[in-house]
Design a binder for this molecule. Structure first.
Ligand SMILES: [Zn+2]
Ligand SMILES: [Zn+2]
Length: 362
């Protein structure tokens, strides 16, 4: 197990990288602090000298409870004041500590080095006001407003009416269907066997190979370092398994799809299907629904919804004709010759249709 020389930093003068076992700063002579933090520099040398190894392995240094001096483990008396080592409690050993590889301290943090002061910039550079692009955007908006804007009001007069009313119908028709059940109203044509679904059936096994891992032994490896409490560090060993991969044969089940047959019924049945709508229309102001007597007297027909389209023909101030679809209720209220508001584009002079307010129902 390799032993390394650790380092410490002087907290008094800030001198860095003093060799671990030294009990005084090489620079200012200050004592190694009681709570010294030993670290392992990247270039720390491995101890070869037998004397140094003996010292490293003798144990953690101890601190004299009387004068505070750091003494080596094998000293029975304080080197500074001569006090006998009080093994019972008073004199304390430095702590040993074990680190895993990624936790091993690489720098000291006891230095009083001043941190670089970051001078905060208080004054921000003045932003140049960008006026030109704003003016261009405004001009573009005005032009767009002229072209696509609401335009101006004009008056149009009601010149005619158009309408179309649709009654949707359904017809009861005989259709042929197939299903797993025969409906009550259905008339059976025939029944037969058909595939209803598939079952997964285990058919056979196939022998395949796969790669697996197995443990064949164990090995020791350097997993960290121990701070020996005297300026030295020592490798820490951990044990791990050695594995090897091997091929294994196994039986893989193979399934097949087996069809499950059931009785299926073919039958005729009456169903409601869309039929020809009843449409009525006119170029007048009297909208009517088509005659539904035909439907009411026929059990094989029924109504399935109504829809109406209502249009007015208007003449603008330039005697041009325009056609507009409007809500039925509004259509009913209008009379020939009624004047309505419409809009015409400012830049293009194009007719834009009736104003929204015109179409509101009063
Ligand atoms: Zn110093
Ligand atoms: Zn002492």
């Amino acid at each position: 197990m390799a032993v390394y020389v650790g380092r410490w930093d002087c907290t008094t003068c800030g001198y860095k990288g003093i060799k671990g076992p030294e009990s005084e700063c090489n620079h200012c002579g200050a004592d190694r602090p009681k709570d010294v933090k030993f670290y392992l520099a990247d270039d720390s040398e491995i101890v070869q000298d037998p004397e140094a190894l003996k010292r490293a392995r003798s144990g953690a240094d101890w601190e004299c409870s009387y004068c505070g001096e750091n003494n080596q483990a094998f000293e029975n008396k304080c080197m500074s004041c001569g006090n006998n080592r009080d093994a019972s409690d008073g004199d304390k050993s430095l702590k040993t500590k074990t680190y895993y590889n990624n936790e091993v301290p690489r720098t000291g943090d006891n230095t009083k080095e001043k941190k670089l002061q970051q001078v905060a910039q208080t004054s921000k550079p003045r932003r140049k006001t960008k006026k030109k692009p704003l003016i261009i955007i405004l001009v573009i908006l005005v032009i767009l407003g002229l072209i696509f804007g609401p335009g101006h009001d004009i008056e149009v007069t009601v010149d005619g009416f158009e309408w179309e009313r649709t009654i949707k119908t359904e017809e009861k028709r005989k259709v042929i269907e197939e299903d797993w059940q025969l409906p009550n109203e259905g008339t059976l044509i025939n029944s037969f066997q058909a595939v209803h679904h598939y079952n997964q059936i285990l058919d056979h096994y196939e022998t395949r190979t796969r790669t697996r891992q197995r443990v064949t032994g164990s090995e020791e490896y350097v997993c960290g370092k121990t701070d020996m409490g005297n300026g030295y560090f020592e490798d820490k060993y951990c044990t791990r398994n050695i594995t090897e991969s091997y091929e294994e044969e196994y039986e893989d089940p193979v399934y097949r799809q087996e069809p499950v047959y059931q009785t299926k019924y073919k039958y005729s049945i009456y169903r409601w299907k869309p039929a020809k709508p009843l449409i009525s229309s006119g170029n007048n102001h009297k909208a009517e629904w088509a005659d539904t007597r035909e439907i009411k007297n026929n059990h094989y027909l029924r109504e399935s919804g109504r829809k109406g389209i209502y249009c007015i023909i208007v003449k603008d101030e330039e005697n041009e004709i325009h056609r507009h679809e409007i809500p039925e209720e509004k259509w009913e209220q209008l009379e020939p010759g009624t004047s309505l508001k419409a809009r015409r584009g400012n830049a293009t002079g194009k007719y834009r249709g009736l104003s929204d307010e015109t179409l509101k129902i009063k």
